[in-house]
Design a protein around this ligand. Structure first.
Ligand SMILES: Nc1ncnc2c1ncn2[C@@H]1O[C@H](COP(=O)(O)OP(=O)(O)O)[C@@H](O)[C@H]1O
Ligand SMILES: [Mg+2]
Length: 314
């Protein structure tokens, strides 16, 4: 039996319910899988042939600690997606690199803490009209993201206060126009397993107002399975290929560029005001894979994880 750790956080010690069926599906494939909390100091990571990051959704405020964890695990066993991918993809600055490489992303103002921007300077960088979004560059589960009205003085003031709070925590802030299609058409998430498109879902709008403290570590999502348009699958494939090229270019001389495809990738797409698809995010670390929303998805995911674990042991 190969052994697989499905990595989660202490708030979800038994995995996200969406991932629970994976345990039995992997067992049926001769792999013994278990949920493991990433910051549980008693875990011996070398006991596992494969360590797969799943619902480790509490890393946004503990980014350095999480990367140090990933480095440690990576030195002991096979971690997927691999360490360089985790380093690159847990900070949404990667979107800037994708944009420079020709990917259409949601237009973004990047507000860096080391610039020490005044409220006035933030104000001039925010959109002049419509609605806008303030969110941190290191984030998960829509936590710390808020939606504001650009021309309403009170709302704009709240947006500035939100941005200042994140900057004071030494976090990069992303300011974006709110893309209205998210309310009507919704966001589309295209799931790729081992490089192949597996299935797609639609996710309803997540933001309805200013950032407020939420109880959990993610905001509840409303999901439905969809048949994805071919155009978007093509775009998603290009995004993934571009990410691979960027990661290969980053790999240092002595470092081995991992030649395997991403075990999983999720490409989140929204439509801009002209109806053209743009990238919201590329999730290579801890995306929900939504296996319950498509026929055969759970089997494809379990097949890929089990095969990768056998490879880890080899
Ligand atoms: N520019 C935007 N326009 C409309 N909705 C947005 C925008 N940015 C974020 N959102 C909403 O907030 C959610 C979370 O933002 P996202 O960038 O995907 O961060 P996370 O890593 O937390 O998922 C999205 O799924 C979407 O519903
Ligand atoms: Mg998202």
């Amino acid at each position: 039996m190969t052994r697989i750790a499905l990595v989660t956080c202490s708030r979800l010690p038994d995995l996200d319910p969406e991932d629970t069926p994976l345990l039995a599906a992997l067992a049926a494939r001769g792999a013994s899988a278990q949920a493991v909390v990433w910051d549980d100091a008693t875990v011996r990571w070398s006991d596992f042939d494969l360590v797969v990051v799943r619902s480790a959704w509490d890393y946004a405020q503990r980014h350095e600690e999480f990367l140090a964890w990933a480095e440690r695990v990576s030195s002991q066993t096979r971690l997927v997606n691999p360490l360089p991918v985790i380093v690159w993809n847990t900070d949404k600055h990667y979107l800037r690199e994708l944009e420079a490489a020709g990917v259409r992303i949601v237009p973004t103002q990047w507000l860096e803490p080391e610039r020490h921007l005044s409220s006035r300077a933030l104000h001039t960088r925010f959109p002049a009209h419509g609605e806008m979004v303030i969110k941190p560059a290191v984030s998960a589960g829509s936590i710390d993201a808020g939606r504001y009205t650009a021309i309403d003085a009170q709302s704009r003031g709240l947006a500035i206060a939100h941005a200042r709070r994140l900057l004071a925590e030494n976090r990069t802030v992303m300011a974006q126009r709110y893309l209205a299609s998210v309310d009507t058409v919704g966001e589309r998430a295209h799931v790729f397993i081992d490089g192949e498109h597996s299935h797609s879902v639609r996710k309803e709008a997540m933001l309805d107002g200013p950032d407020v403290a939420v109880e959990g570590i993610y905001k509840e999502e409303r999901i439905s399975g969809i048949e994805a348009p071919e155009e978007e699958i093509r775009m998603a494939r290009e995004v993934i290929a571009t990410a691979r090229r960027l990661l290969e270019a980053r790999a240092g001389d002595g470092e081995r560029a991992d030649d395997l495809p991403f075990l999983y990738a999720r490409v989140d797409v929204v439509s801009d005001d002209d109806g053209r698809p743009v990238l919201m995010e590329l999730e290579l670390v801890e995306p929900s894979l939504f296996p319950s929303y498509a026929e055969g998805a759970l089997d494809r995911i379990a097949d890929a994880f089990a095969a990768r674990a056998r490879r880890g042991r080899a």
